[in-house]
Design a protein around this ligand. Sequence first.
Ligand SMILES: Nc1ncnc2c1ncn2[C@@H]1O[C@H](COP(=O)(O)OP(=O)(O)OP(=O)(O)O)[C@@H](O)[C@H]1O
Length: 520
Amino acid sequence: MAGGETLLDVRGLTKVFGTLKACDGVDLDIARGEIHALLGENGAGKSTLVKMLFGSLEPNAGEIRWNGEPVRITSPSEARRLGIGMVFQHFSLFEALTAAENIALSLDAKTPISTIAAKAQALSYSYGLPLDPYALVGDLSVGERQRIEIIRCLLQTPQLVILDEPTSVLTPQEADKLFETLERLRGEGKSILYISHRLEEVKRMCDRATVLRHGKVVGHCDPRQETAASLARMMVGTEVHAVVRSVDEGAGTADVLLRVDHLNRAPATPFSIPLRDISLDVRAGEVIGIAGVAGNGQGEFFEAVSGEVLQDRAEAVSIRGKPAGRDGISGRRRMGAAFVPEERLGHGAAPAMKLSENLLLSRHATDPGVYVGAFGIVRGAAISAAAKRINQMMDVRKSAEDPPANALSGGNLQKFIIGRELDRQPSVMVVNQPTWGVDAGAAARIRQSLIELARSGSAVLVISQDLDELFEISDKIAVMHNGELSKPMPRAEATYEKVGLLMGGAEPGHVHHHDPAEMA
Ligand SMILES: Nc1ncnc2c1ncn2[C@@H]1O[C@H](COP(=O)(O)OP(=O)(O)OP(=O)(O)O)[C@@H](O)[C@H]1O
């Protein structure tokens, strides 16, 4: 608990990117046996700070003391040697290898696989995170993959474990398991540095919190004494407004703008989920939410709807009444649709290109003539104006006027990509995980803008693992399980329990719902 002996003591830690102080004289101390939260808006400097603690970024100034001794952490292997472990937000596992083989890759020693497997299994059971070391990673759920990362980290007997948004990809049940494990670790006197945008879980789990804003520490608190709203206020500096959902006036009668009709898809790889006879209508004015545990076909469904993967039957996907199943992503965008994939870098944006270039790249295909004029001359002023408009609308925080996409913090890049699509006023918007890694203030803004887009006459389809989010914005909720989609339930009839049962694979017929008595 707080008050224990100090394990890590950081003074004046500073990291400068160009002219931006991503961390500006940060002080932080972590006691033995405490769970310490690191809070802050997108771009506040949390990732930059922990990268310095884990040796993957070099500070420009400041001091780190570990067990009272000044240290220089020059590489992740140096961090591990000291006893600092990290579980990353994005996993770095090979799908075609087993859990044990993946773990072996990160251990320098020439220990036989069977020994590693036995150790990993014993450790996983003792921490209540059971793991089959011989399972192929490709066959595992996101939650199980995270277990591998955690076990891999714990095998090196760290004294401090850093977790960067560990629950953003977990089901509520998996998150509960993780919390139990963290409590055990705390009980053993280990320390945990915990980054999360989910303030309720911070309140529940953490002993102390350090809050960053614009690279500086703006406060410390005991999260248990705070409310989610007061924590959000500390992070943002102002009040965070709740999302307002007006009634969908044309409920059930407006035009169908997106129709998915008996969509089937064979699995493309041994690890992907087949889609089984999915039909769904999304009408002008409404937001339909698709809930589901990660890895139940949501990614495959998004690819099929967006045109990243084509269908044999053109009618399998129709946009504004026109069969589009054989059109690619640009074709579907020209029909008035917009798509925001889950994976931002690479799919949502080209990492090394500037924001304005990213904008040009995506717009050139969809709005010919607007940004590129006669003879292929790029209309620089129009692009700059659009980029500026988007950055303002979404409050994108960045280190330069027009930085490359990979210099934005994760949440800010997500804000830019959503803003870029909203700026086109699409008739059909399909988004996968709209607020993944986004802070409370920005998440509220994104959710509100999706509702407003629908109410202005567009059809909005949102795939999300965040049930609170779906309940906040959806007019109807459907659940994807094992490649099948349940019938959308009107929001007024949907409960967490019903949706949760379907997510767990209950037969849709066994969950009671009527049709289509709208609407809350
Ligand atoms: N490699 C880089 N080059 C230039 N600027 C960077 C780089 N990495 C981060 N930044 C900038 O530093 C600031 C802090 O980013 P950081 O990723 O630490 O934020 P964060 O608090 O982790 O945000 P999020 O919650 O969105 O993950 C941001 O303004 C970001 O644009």
